[in-house]
Design a protein around this ligand. Structure first.
Ligand SMILES: NC(=O)c1ccc[n+]([C@@H]2O[C@H](COP(=O)([O-])OP(=O)(O)OC[C@H]3O[C@@H](n4cnc5c(N)ncnc54)[C@H](OP(=O)(O)O)[C@@H]3O)[C@@H](O)[C@H]2O)c1
Ligand SMILES: *[C@@H]1O[C@H](CO)[C@@H](O)[C@H](O)[C@H]1NC(C)=O
Ligand SMILES: *[C@@H]1O[C@H](CO)[C@@H](O)[C@H](O)[C@H]1NC(C)=O
Ligand SMILES: *[C@@H]1O[C@H](CO)[C@@H](O)[C@H](O)[C@H]1NC(C)=O
Length: 305
C-alpha cells in the first residue's frame, strides 16, 4: 500500500512560471512537508516559512543525493533543456530511494507527430523513456499532460490572440478542438495526483480546463472585449511551409508555430483533444469545473488594468 505515504515533497524550479503555482497548490493542501530546491545563483525568493535547499548551478549528483534524502516525491518544474540534468535527477532520485517523480512535462501531446513537429516534445519523450527504466528500481512516476496553458497562453500571446490589438490569425477551419488548462489547474493536478499515489502510479495523467476551438475562443474574446476583432486567415500548409524554411529549429516564431499547428491544423492528428479518447483524469483528481466565459473575461480584465 502506497496510499498516504507521500509526505515529504521537494519542488525543483519552484520560483519559475509553473513552479510558483505548484508551490502554492501544494501548500494549499496542507498535507505535505515541502522543501524547495534552488540553484546557487538563483534570483528566486520564497516566503520565510518555506524550507530552501540550495545546490550548485549545474546540479551536481552528490549534492542532489544529499538533497533527495528522505524525500517521498520530487516535483520538477525546470526548463526542458538541458536534457541531461533531468536524467541525472532521475538517476539520483532512484538511488536516494525517492518514491515518486513528477517530471517537468506539463504539455505533451502523445502522438509521434508531436515529437516530429516540436523538438522539445522529442526531448521530453526521451526523459520519460529514461524515467520508465527506473520503475524496476522502485522509482514511480506520474506525468501531467495539460496541453498548452490557457490563461497564460492568452495573456502572453502564445496562443496567438493579440489582446492589445484585438487581432488574430485563424488557421484552417478554426474548428479543430484542443484541450488546454489554466496554469493554476495544472498545479492543482500535481498536488491532487500526489494525494492519490496509487491511482496515478506510473501513468500519464491528462487534465484540462477546457476543450475548445480557435473560433470558440475568438467569439468569447469578442464578447469580453465588446468589439469585433481583426481576423486574418492562414492555412496550416502555409504555416508549416514557413516553419520548414527557417534554418534554426529553435527560432522563437517557428517554435511557436510548431506548437500551435499541433492544436490548430485540421489535417494533423496530434492527439490534442483529451475529451476524444476519454483521457481526462479531471474527475479522478477532483478538479473543479471551470467556466470559459468567466476565465476569458478575467484575462481580458487583467490585461486592461
Ligand atoms: N504547456 C504550456 O503552455 C507550458 C508553458 C510554459 C512552460 N511549460 C513547461 O513547464 C515546465 C517549466 O517551465 P517554466 O516556464 O515554468 O520554467 P522557468 O520559469 O523558465 O524556470 C523554472 C525554474 O527552473 C530553474 N532552472 C533550472 N535550470 C534553469 C536554467 N537553465 N534556466 C532557467 N531556470 C532554470 C529556476 O529555478 P531556481 O532559480 O530556483 O533554481 C527557474 O525558476 C517546462 O517543462 C516547460 O516546457 C509548459
Ligand atoms: C520535513 O522535510 C525535511 C527535509 O526533507 C526533513 O528534514 C524533516 O525531517 C521533515 N519533517 C517531517 C516531520 O517529516
Ligand atoms: C510525449 O510525447 C512523445 C511524442 O509524442 C511520446 O512519445 C511520449 O510517450 C510522450 N510522453 C508521455 C509521458 O506520454
Ligand atoms: C460563466 O461566467 C460568466 C461570466 O462571468 C457568467 O455570466 C456565467 O453565468 C457563468 N456560467 C456558469 C455556468 O457558471
Amino acid at each position: 500500500m502506497m496510499e498516504q505515504m507521500i509526505k515529504n515533497v521537494m519542488v525543483i524550479g519552484a520560483g519559475g512560471l509553473v513552479g510558483n503555482e505548484l508551490l502554492a497548490a501544494l501548500q494549499k493542501e496542507n498535507a505535505f512537508n515541502l522543501t524547495v530546491l534552488t540553484r546557487q545563483s538563483s534570483k528566486s525568493t520564497f516566503l520565510p516559512n518555506i524550507r530552501v535547499c540550495t545546490v550548485d548551478d549545474d546540479y551536481p549528483a552528490h549534492q542532489l543525493f544529499e538533497a533527495f534524502q528522505d524525500q517521498d516525491a520530487l516535483v520538477s518544474a525546470i526548463p526542458g533543456r538541458p536534457y541531461d540534468i533531468h536524467l541525472r535527477m532521475i538517476d539520483v532520485a532512484a538511488k536516494a530511494g525517492v518514491k515518486r517523480f513528477i517530471p517537468s512535462e506539463y504539455g505533451n501531446n502523445t502522438c509521434a507527430v508531436a515529437a516530429e513537429l516540436v523538438p522539445l516534445y522529442a526531448v521530453k519523450a526521451k526523459i520519460m523513456a529514461h524515467l520508465r527504466t527506473k520503475e524496476s528500481a522502485g522509482l514511480t512516476w506520474t506525468a501531467i499532460h495539460s496541453g498548452q496553458f490557457f490563461d497564460w497562453g492568452l495573456e502572453s500571446g502564445w496562443l496567438n490572440f493579440d489582446l492589445a490589438a484585438k487581432r488574430t490569425t485563424i488557421y484552417d477551419s478554426g474548428k479543430k478542438r484542443w484541450s488546454t488548462t489554466n496554469i493554476g489547474t495544472v498545479a492543482a493536478a500535481v498536488a491532487k495526483a500526489l494525494l492519490k499515489p496509487d491511482e496515478t502510479k506510473n501513468k500519464p495523467v491528462f487534465v484540462s480546463s477546457f476543450t475548445v476551438s480557435q473560433l470558440q475562443v475568438l467569439k468569447e474574446l469578442e464578447k469580453a472585449t465588446g468589439s469585433k476583432w481583426e481576423v486574418k486567415e492562414m492555412t496550416s500548409e502555409t504555416a508549416l511551409d514557413k516553419v520548414r524554411k527557417m534554418d534554426n529549429e529553435d527560432d522563437p516564431e517557428g517554435s511557436k508555430l510548431r506548437f500551435l499547428m499541433l492544436l490548430y491544423a485540421d489535417g494533423l492528428d496530434s492527439c490534442a483533444n483529451f475529451e476524444e479518447g476519454g483521457l481526462s483524469s479531471n474527475e479522478l483528481l477532483g478538479l473543479p469545473e471551470e467556466n470559459l466565459s468567466g476565465v476569458i473575461a478575467q484575462v481580458v480584465k487583467q490585461h486592461a488594468s
